[in-house]
Design a protein around this ligand. Sequence first.
Ligand code: NAD
Length: 692
Amino acid sequence: MAAITETVELEIRKEIALLIVDNPPVNALGISVRRGLADGIQKAADDEKVKAVIIICKGRTFFAGADIREFGKPLEEPVLGQVLEIIDSCRKPVVAAIHGTAFGGGLETALACHFRVAVSSARLGLPEVKLGLLPGAGGTQRLPRLIGPEKALKMITLGNPVGAEEALQNSLIDKIIEGDLTAGAVKFTETVIAEAWPLRRVSGMNEKVEAARGKPEIFSDFRKSIVRKTRGFEAPEACVKAVGASVNLPFDEGLRYERDLFVKLMSGSQSAAQQYYFFAERQVGKLPDIPKDTPYLDIGKAAVIGAGTMGGGITMNFVNAGIPVTLVETGQEFLDRGLGVIRKNYEITASKGKMSAEDVEKRMSLITGTLSLEDVSDADIVIEAVFENMDIKKEIFSRLDSICKKDAILASNTSYLDINEIAAMTSRQESVLGLHFFSPANVMRLLEIVRAEKISKTVLATSLALARKIKKIAVVVGVCHGFAGNRMFSQRGREADNLILEGALPSQVDKVIFDFGFPMGPFVLKDLIGIDLGWSKETSTGSTIKEILCEMGRFGLKSGSGYYRYEKGSRAPINDPEIDQLIVDFSEKKNIKRGEVSDEEILQRCIYPIVNEGAKILEEKIAVRPSDLDVIWVNGYGWPVYLGGPMFWADMVGLDTILEGLKKFQERFGDVWKPAPLIEKLVREGKGFKDF
Ligand SMILES: NC(=O)c1ccc[n+]([C@@H]2O[C@H](COP(=O)([O-])OP(=O)(O)OC[C@H]3O[C@@H](n4cnc5c(N)ncnc54)[C@H](O)[C@@H]3O)[C@@H](O)[C@H]2O)c1
């Protein structure tokens, strides 16, 4: 065994050279690995005894990708492309022996080898697109040659990995190794040597790409199939073009084309935003005062109070993680309805083939419905999801305090209410917190963990661990009206409502926000959620557009009309001149002078206050870091990830520009627009949120 670099060793076993890589934690392809591979291949090539080479990694995985710490810096040579060229052109067979994940540059390395074997649990993929990039070391030219352009398009443009079994069927790998990988790979390689298999250089395999030549529909059909999913993103189109080049250009030219596209993406703002976001998501949940080794409680049993929209979804989260739930309602019909919705959701999943009928029953059997609050006495955590009413919540928490076992955690799913006030109803304030799920709670990955004043570190650590278990992205925020997300969101809502009274119409506002990159504008969203949320007939006075619409029975999509109208069975909003007129008349009645509002003003008035409120939230220490707010917005409110999140975006636009805008609107509309002192300070110091 000889060390080639500090991360790569060369071991000669009879006729086979093993290049053994050990670069914990994930064998990223940093400079010492690249150099080790290049020199190792050279040594093996020069050694007459050696007839073949195996590249294999120690630890938990094959190369899981490029070394992301090297991103944005000039790369030391050899760069990965050069290393792969050395592997590719080696005259002796090179075999990649894969376990764990062969991702990104890792899979590109395997593709440059002449054969690939993998253990059955291995996963292979090119996820670069998720960082706003494309595989830039030949992946877009080799993969289509190996598995065909149709399958390569999918893997490269969507960035989702495949398992070993699928990889074998696609000819992405040559063999699945059962048992010890090294022994299996050696045996495979011995056969290659003994039977004198010809080298399979992927760069020279042209059959599959040639078969696709002159068939542009392969690409146009694929583009159509991803158009909705990838709207606004630059990288997916670059991926499609690069795969196109593999079909239409010789390998070397294709490589150059791929490189040009890669460099363009790498220097663009979208990949910067997506890479920033990648790290932002890894940071959330890390709290300065809650070290990693903080002890936490085991959650074996949960209870949910209220089987409505949120309670049902929350229950599903627990059940999906194998945690049994006691679900409490006030009446049998509400309980039956709630359980019915849960069952239907599972049955829909089963009908799509994503779950077996048996699984549906198994999950349903983990739910125990009850009308008695006393039945939650053995739960380790109770989550209240009843109506948004402080009195009801207070009463429930005071009862839970006497019913629940000593160290049970009590959580509220309230959207806006003061968790400290709710906690004060109990004699265990250290165990009370907010767990703010987003709707639909079984789908949305975001969870705001609301850190009530007296919460213990153990309970906070437990809720973070629980969030991981139920596969949520948890962001810890402090107590205030609407916490972080909704508090920022209501700023946009206020301005959208004002804009339509001043001269814009819902369709104009919605188009601006949609074009910015949100999945829908504020009025389509209101129609979708239901305009009647928080409205009651008894107290309605017809003094806002919302109240008027509700009084007309226009509750949104569910009632067939709201700000827009909807054809039966369709979710597509159709402009309704009746509502446009109603809005114009309403402005007149309120003596609001209507005039043309530019798209630019709409955008600034909808987005700048989100940033301003975010800055206030940071000042008040409601959120730990600006990137936490970005994670909330990308995951909870549909902010396009290629714009990073509102705080990242603000830095990109320039905080001085934002400040100037805020001041301009403050002059026109008063102090709701007053710039957050934090923004003033950062601008004064020539800094951004990134320096916070
Ligand atoms: N809907 C959302 O988008 C959303 C998102 C996040 C948070 N929330 C919050 O979640 C909570 C629930 O909202 P929702 O939309 O699910 O409401 P919902 O009206 O759909 O459901 C509330 C359920 O609670 C039941 N309930 C009322 N009092 C009860 C009691 N004393 N004991 C047991 N059950 C009782 C009701 O019968 C009803 O089924 C609210 O605090 C809301 O602010 C809602």
